[in-house]
Ligand binder design. Structure first.
Ligand code: SAM
Ligand code: SF4
Ligand code: SF4
Length: 380
């Protein structure tokens, strides 16, 4: 921990979901922020809506997210101005990358207006932010050009298989693969690159799609990333038996491909990357995101801002810190910045490591496991 900061002791008496920010560190200095485990703040994920037009069984199961489900009212959502203001303050605290997510972010009306504002923000060393967005791809063909023109650098598209029956079973709204592929092609065409495709692998559901997906994206310039199915949220009925460990995926791939690990050297990277080469000399890159079997908490530099302005320090937290109240109660930029610094400097989250060790997840914000926040609310 930098000696420019006096560490803030974790505060234990939080009200679930409505944390009050701890008081600010005394020697506040932008950019030198680290948490209790010496991790800097570099990556901010911003959820712009809690709604989605898919019902992926691992994220928003139909039985829970049905017509009676209470989504946030519009007045609770951060406005584009509020998001932009916070994003600037986070950039002053060291954030270099912003990912727009949801729910389905392309459902938020005029999302390109927000992108345009965010694209003007500079990092502490005066560089452009790495500005990206994760989408299910359903509206991408229509929106890609406007997003690129607004200043978005690149996109990540989620796609869990190429077989329509398998994909429709996973998105649970009968959405065809072809329209997502069209979206990816459009993103390639307008230059929203490098493009990544995320595939959540669930045993008994889409294991058979690993081969076809790998073959499809060879020689395309698109990186395919296999994600271990996670116990995020409290509604997807997660079972360890349904997780396909990355090692097993590597084994499946090595039957047909030459694989060579790519050393990255980038701190905080979630994927282990491999160069893939087929017998007929087609090449590509894949990534393995082993969130369950090989936790990467020790380099986790990500914070998440929920649709209604709650700051979450971990994907598996059950409560966040209420920045929206700070924004709407007339606090100045430097006061809010100090709150952000104070919150990050108390962070001690490492849920996945502790889960792997069989220990009870512990942190200032991991309260009742049954109340873990949903992925659709804070974004992936
Ligand atoms: N709707 C957009 C999409 O699907 O790309 C953005 C939000 S979604 C919550 C972000 C990412 O989280 C997606 O790539 C999705 O596959 C992933 N995800 C959701 N639930 C997951 C789970 N239980 N385990 C692993 N990944 C999950
Ligand atoms: Fe929607 Fe994305 Fe969740 Fe699927 S993973 S339900 S597309 S938010
Ligand atoms: Fe980061 Fe929490 Fe995931 Fe660990 S479990 S990598 S701390 S978000």
């Amino acid at each position: 921990m930098s000696d420019k900061f006096i560490p803030i002791k974790p505060v234990n008496a939080f009200t679930p979901l409505r944390h009050k920010a701890p008081s600010a560190p005394l020697n506040f200095a932008p950019g030198l922020l680290v948490d209790q485990l010496n991790r800097p703040l570099r990556d901010l994920r911003i959820s712009v809506t809690d709604r989605c037009n898919f019902r992926c069984t691992y994220c928003m199961p139909k039985e829970v997210f049905d017509t009676n489900y209470q989504y946030l009212p519009h007045s609770h959502l951060l406005s584009f101005e509020e998001i932009t203001r916070l994003a600037k303050l986070f950039a002053r605290q060291g954030v270099q990358k912003i990912r727009i997510t949801g729910g389905e972010p392309l459902l938020r009306k005029n999302i390109e207006f927000l992108i345009e504002q965010l694209s003007k923000i500079k990092t502490l060393d005066g560089k452009d932010l790495d500005l990206t967005l994760t989408t299910n791809g359903s509206l991408l063909a229509r929106k890609a050009r406007a997003l690129k023109d607004a200043g978005l650098n690149r996109v990540t598209v989620s796609l869990d298989g190429l077989d329509d029956t398998v994909f429709k079973k996973m998105n649970d709204v009968d959405f065809p693969v072809s329209q997502v592929l069209e979206g990816i092609e459009k993103a390639v065409e307008v230059g929203l690159a490098p493009i990544k495709v995320n595939m959540v692998v669930k045993r008994g559901v889409n294991l058979s799609e690993i081969g076809p997906m790998t073959a499809y994206f060879l020689d395309s310039g698109v990186t395919l990333r296999f994600i271990e199915y996670m116990d995020v949220g409290a509604t997807n009925g997660w079972k360890m038996d349904e997780v396909v460990p990355s090692d097993e995926i590597l084994q499946i791939l090595s039957a047909n491909y030459q694989l060579e690990m790519i050393e990255s050297g980038v701190s905080g990277e979630t994927a282990t990357r491999f160069k893939v080469r087929s017998v007929n000399a087609k090449e590509g890159e894949i990534g393995l995101i082993s969130s369950v079997t090989k936790a990467f908490c020790s380099s986790c530099n990500r914070a998440r801002l929920s649709t209604e302005g709650q700051l979450y320090l971990c994907l598996f937290a059950s409560s966040g810190f209420d920045l929206r109240t700070l924004l709407r109660s007339g606090e100045t930029d430097s006061q809010i910045e100090e709150h952000i610094a104070a919150i990050w400097s108390t962070r001690e989250d490492q849920y996945s490591i502790l889960r792997g060790e069989g220990g009870a997840p512990h942190s200032t914000t991991h309260g009742n496991a049954a109340k873990k926040v949903e992925m659709s609310y804070i974004g992936g």
